[in-house]
Design a protein around this ligand. Structure first.
Ligand code: GLU
Length: 483
């Protein structure tokens, strides 16, 4: 009976963790959350985080995806201490491990052809049995095996799973997890072309890189018993396994493209502040001990993170919640933190910002940030604050500027501001507007709404007179006169 339980690493040693993405796709939300949890755990305990690129699927792995993953991690502010290591450069190690397992009797050569295996699988499925390797080559005598080898038959190396008993492990999140060995098939370690399968490469590296904790998605639970058997066969101590619950979409099915963007970089492109995304991700499946506060700085996240806060139940990706975090971060950040992010948005939208007096930009960002839904607003809805090259929202024009009489009064308002000897202040500009409205027998509100559209191109903006201060006298006069 194979019975491996217990957490074998001493708690005093500094933990070593890894994030091990396969570069067959971009960095998606689930992967980013795994990376973040590993990072938080390593940073909390002053441990080491390793980045390992699992690129042994040569057909599907691309350099472009590697770059994409690195970019995603950089955007999220996740750094690592060792690596990136590429499994494609470590093939000799896996081959040696496969051969060791062969020599120790834990592995055996399998000469079954692909077509044969597929056929047997189909039969099993048709008969309602779980398709698994039937052990044909496990039963070959040593002579037969030698004979096939000397005849030059290309063989894969399979792991000989114990035929009875259970394989169990203690999961830091899910508790004891147990699989009957009869449920596990004699999985392939090295394919006949010498390429290792995931189980062999991952365990070889996790042992060689001295990983103490394997923190990864719960979709890997079913892989774990096979890996536990490999640790045992290779004579290595088990790391702590911690599987984190899956992330579901709002409809409670596993998060996928159907639910919208799954690539982390798509959120950057939507104008999400990276720290807001990180905060949101951290709370997908983890709850801090002090759950009274949701907006948590990096420091607080690192301080509070622990495996005991990881939930058993699946997490739901709540998009409105992400947007809420985003507005909270934009509102709370000082202008200096936001300006570099806003500059990126301007670059993307082709906005050349005005060159104005010192302090103007920060003041304007501070004025607008409480109304921003995302960073992109600074390049579109708020564009008129930063550039003279903007277009008015046609619906706002129709609603508030379609009457010629109002437009004429606004042109007059521009002239009054130009010639007024009063200081160009919030009170001063308001008084002139209200006096002009009274003289013309129109409601001040009609002028205020019209002026807002003329000045900002939008129907909604901060208080009109604050807007005037942000734009400055010359721009206010110019834009009103253009009505
Ligand atoms: N490369 C695997 C993946 O991207 C990770 C394997 C693991 O964490 O053990 O799913």
């Amino acid at each position: 009976m194979t019975e491996v339980t217990g957490i074998t690493h001493s708690n005093s040693a500094k933990p070593r963790l890894r994030f091990a993405p396969s570069p067959t796709g971009y960095l998606h939300v689930g992967g980013a959350r795994t990376a973040l949890f590993n990072w938080l755990y390593a940073r909390h305990f002053g441990g080491t985080l390793i980045l390992r690129i699992e690129d042994t699927d040569f057909e599907r792995s691309t350099d472009e995806m590697v770059d994409g993953i690195l970019q995603g991690l950089a955007w999220l502010g996740i750094d690592w201490d060792e690596g990136p290591f590429f499994q494609s450069k470590r093939m000799d190690l896996y081959k040696a491990a496969g051969e060791r397992l062969l020599a120790s009797g834990h592995g055996y050569y399998c000469f079954c052809a692909k077509e044969e295996l597929e056929q047997r699988r189909a039969v099993a499925q048709a008969e309602g049995r779980t398709p698994k390797y039937d052990g044909t080559c496990r039963r070959l005598s040593r002579e037969e095996r030698e004979k096939r080898r000397t005849e030059g038959a290309a063989g894969a190396i399979r792991f000989a799973v114990p035929e009875t008993g259970v394989t169990a492990f203690q999961d830091a999140v899910f508790g004891r997890v147990e699989f009957a060995n009869t449920e596990l098939e004699d999985f392939v370690l090295l394919r006949s072309d010498g390429v290792p399968t995931y189980h062999l490469s991952v365990v070889t590296d996790d042992i060689e890189m001295k990983m103490t904790h394997i923190l990864r998605g719960a979709d890997h639970i079913s892989n774990t018993p096979k890996q536990v058997l490999l640790y045992e066969a290779l004579g290595a101590a088990l790391p702590v396994f911690a599987h984190v619950p899956l992330i579901l979409g709002a409809d409670k099915t596993r998060l996928s493209k159907r639910h919208g963007a799954t690539s982390v970089m798509a959120y950057r492109d939507e104008g999400i502040v990276p720290e807001a995304f990180r905060n949101f991700l951290a709370l997908l499946g983890w709850t801090p001990k002090d759950s009274s506060k949701e907006v948590l700085s990096d420091r607080e996240l690192v301080q509070q993170f622990g495996l005991d806060g990881i939930s058993h139940s699946n997490a739901v990706f709540d998009r409105p919640k992400l947007d809420w975090f985003n507005t909270e971060y934009i509102r709370a950040y000082p202008a200096e933190r936001l300006i570099p992010l806003i500059e990126e948005e301007w670059k993307k939208a082709g906005v050349t910002p005005l060159q104005r007096e010192p302090g103007w930009l920060a003041r304007t960002v501070d004025l607008l940030k409480t109304r921003a839904r995302n960073l992109k607003d600074f390049a579109d809805a708020f564009r008129a604050f930063f550039s003279d090259d903007f277009e008015a929202d046609p619906a706002a024009v129709t609603k508030f500027l379609s009457e010629a009489s109002i437009r004429e009064i606004l042109v007059e308002l521009g002239s009054r501001y130009a010639t007024s000897i009063e200081e160009f202040s919030e009170q001063g500009t308001e008084k002139i507007l209200r006096d002009l409205a009274a003289e013309n027998g129109v409601k001040a509100g009609a002028l205020i709404n019209g002026a807002r559209v003329a000045l900002t191109g939008q129907a909604v903006a901060p208080s009109l007179f604050a807007v005037m201060m942000a734009l400055g006298k010359d721009r206010v006069v110019g834009r009103l006169k253009r009505c």
